[in-house]
Design a binder for this molecule. Sequence first.
Ligand SMILES: [Zn+2]
Length: 253
Amino acid sequence: MPKQCLFCDSSVDSVEHIWSKWILQELKPTQAIRVQIRRRVDKYVDNPEAVVKCVCQGCNGGWMSALEVDNIPHMREMLHDRSILLNPVQQKSLARWAVLKAMVIEAVNRQRTLFYDDSERLGLKPPSPFLPVGTMVWIGRYSRKGFHAGGTDIWGDIDGTPKAMHGAVTSIVVGHLVIQVLTAHVIPKFGGNPVRPKCKPGAWDASLLNIWPIFGSVRWPPPLSFTHGGSDSLGILLNRWKIGTDVGATIPE
Ligand SMILES: [Zn+2]
């Protein structure tokens, strides 16, 4: 039985690369390093040529392609380690791109229950796209040129209620650009309150820039970069939400 497209009622009718041709072309000449992350990351794609069957040609060649094209100019700068000022419109577009990748990456393994639901997926589509409630997106700089995409699930207690929050963390490295997406779902009892999960301590304010929610223009790269190893390594970023079974979600004032 044909599978249904993640984003519409059409059947999946093509095999697509997770990564667009332009990214592969930009990365290939320099032999991008595959970032090997330990198995704690539940879903990951370190193969630039990875394909996934989860969308239809109409979506892939239509709004998804338009979103990709929209992000090429500023992504290309960061991928190649050139400083850039991102305005709020660019930040929203990049955050939307990253959330779309998060949804596609989690669909790589169809044995899993998908974290994002239909309304969140449909919300990404034009004409009035919106990002899932409870989503945060950060960008940073990797000192090398890397390639990685992976996702993992996290759970957190709220006010003593176990597993009141379920989150999905997706980390993406393309060239020198690092992107991390966190979407937090909370049980109805706490619905309507923005939840801010706690992560492991780190110099995150100096190594990451918030691009969603938007707080104004940001200049990439941030002051600190992620390295291949050591205390500022990329692995620490990828696992910063892994603090046992309880991420200690809190409801901000
Ligand atoms: Zn579709």
